[in-house]
Design a protein around this ligand. Structure first.
Ligand code: SF4
Length: 162
């Protein structure tokens, strides 16, 4: 199984969510937040070339000015996960010998942009994260729920708590 950008994103949100996703238990269509995300995605940055899928593994929202990757996010509520997702895109492209990659996260609703840097320590973190996800792919038991305020907005809430 390829380690995709969305898997890295879920890893930093909740390992249980990631486990559901890996095991193709998908409830995203029920989530109002995902619907809002799709509308946002369709309406923002209409002029840019969008959704560049590479190796069925990373799906870049758009690329501007040569080699600046852009990821569009609705809010900063799970900002860390979004940052690691785009760092993974940079890491993945580096492994494919793409040089001088720059990246930004755009928050159109907040009218903000954040520049993202991939450091050596980030590369080491991502090496470890990939190993962890590979273990989780073969794991039969479901990780524990995280009892976080983000659970109320998660599409798997009913599976975890009801
Ligand atoms: S509801 Fe909470 S514990 Fe369950 S998958 Fe979502 S984020 Fe994880």
């Amino acid at each position: 199984m390829n380690i995709t950008g969305i898997m890295i994103y879920y890893y930093f949100i909740c390992k249980k969510k990631l486990w559901y996703f890996i095991n193709q238990i998908n409830m995203e269509q029920n989530s109002e937040l995902v619907a809002i995300g799709k509308i946002l995605d369709e309406d923002s940055y209409k002029k840019e070339k969008k959704e560049i899928l590479i190796d069925n593994t990373i799906n870049i929202d758009f690329i501007k000015n040569g080699a600046v990757l852009h990821e569009v996010k609705k809010t900063k509520s799970i900002e860390e996960a979004g940052i690691w997702q785009i760092k993974y895109y940079m890491y993945y492209l580096e492994k494919k010998e793409v040089k001088n990659i720059k990246a930004k996260i755009d928050y159109p609703l907040l009218r903000e942009t954040k520049e993202i840097i991939l450091s050596d320590s980030d590369r080491k973190v991502l090496d470890d994260v990939i190993q962890d996800i590979e273990k989780l792919i073969n794991e039969e038991s479901i990780p524990k729920k995280i009892n976080s305020k983000i659970c109320k907005k998660c599409s798997y809430y009913d599976l975890c708590y009801v």
